[in-house]
Design a protein around this ligand. Structure first.
Ligand code: BTN
Length: 264
């Protein structure tokens, strides 16, 4: 059973202004990046809260840590959502990551797939990546003003060349309509978000219950080199709490690297 660090249970951020997503969906054939598309619309004031941009193909898809997100056109779900007036303190910004990660875990469960969340928001099935999330926030003082949530979920692609990945089809052997998977995500995100407003403790608890390698020894690398560490949880700010040499350390995404077993 998860033992939550007290520091994870702070007062709920102000999220009353959050409205549902997905009332408007713009479906594009091809674009550099759905997240760039939203960023441009934000600059020109042409986008409303909750708008979803879906693309069959991205020719310059972006991932975390300045990586690329490149998948076969037409076979996968690649989309971004604009969340306006987030009004969450920067110190609580991890709530959005938690809602997105849990929504992805839940829709995969509906397809009969058991997935884990690899901090902060990679979704893994049996140590293979099935989805990635890129959240980009615009700040106003100490608050998040708006967010662009970019999601890549592997749906029907069955061959991956460069890294260990999987898809819904690879896991269950059945083709899924990409748009239907998007509708499931939208429905689930709105549901998870509403549940969070009622009980934010539950959200954090559920995130931690689905967190890959929590309370388990694994290999990591920080500026001082490789070490064996144990994930103890994630702070509301999103920093990873890792036990290293019997001391709790806090890491930002670019400060820590997980070393998979097969790379040792
Ligand atoms: C990761 O590195 O795991 C995050 C990948 C996020 C990819 C998605 S696909 C839709 C959106 N547009 C992008 O350019 N990136 C995100």
């Amino acid at each position: 059973m998860l033992k939550l660090n007290k520091s994870l249970l702070l007062k709920p951020p102000n999220v009353k202004s959050m409205m549902e997503i997905g009332r408007k969906i713009i479906h594009l054939d091809s674009i550099d990046s759905t997240s760039n598309y939203i960023a441009n619309m934000v600059r020109t004031n042409e986008i409303g809260h909750g708008t979803v941009i879906l693309a069959d193909e991205q020719f310059a898809g972006r991932g975390q840590r300045d990586s690329e997100w490149s998948v076969k056109p037409g076979e996968n779900l690649t989309f971004s959502v604009f969340i306006d007036n987030v009004n969450v303190a920067v110190t609580d910004q991890f709530v959005l990551t938690q809602v997105v990660s849990l929504s992805l875990v839940e829709i995969l469960r509906q397809f009969g797939i058991e997935a884990d969340i690899k901090w902060p928001n990679d979704i893994f099935v049996n140590r293979k990546k099935i989805a990635g999330v890129l959240i980009e926030n615009q700040l106003k003082g100490k608050l998040i003003k708006n967010s662009i949530i970019g999601i890549g979920l592997n749906v029907n692609q069955t061959e991956f060349d460069s890294f260990i990945a999987t898809s819904i089809k690879k896991e269950i052997g059945a083709f899924k309509n990409v748009r239907d998977v998007l509708y499931s995500f939208i429905y689930t995100f709105n549901k998870v978000w509403n549940k969070y407003i009622i009980d934010f403790h539950l959200l954090s608890e559920e995130y931690h219950q689905n967190l890959y390698l929590i309370d388990a020894e694994a290999q990591y690398e920080d500026v001082e080199g490789q070490f064996t560490g144990v994930i103890k949880g994630v702070q509301p700010s999103g920093h990873l709490i890792l036990e290293k040499d019997s001391t709790e350390k806090y890491y930002d995404l670019k400060e820590i690297k997980f070393i998979p077993r097969n790379a040792l």
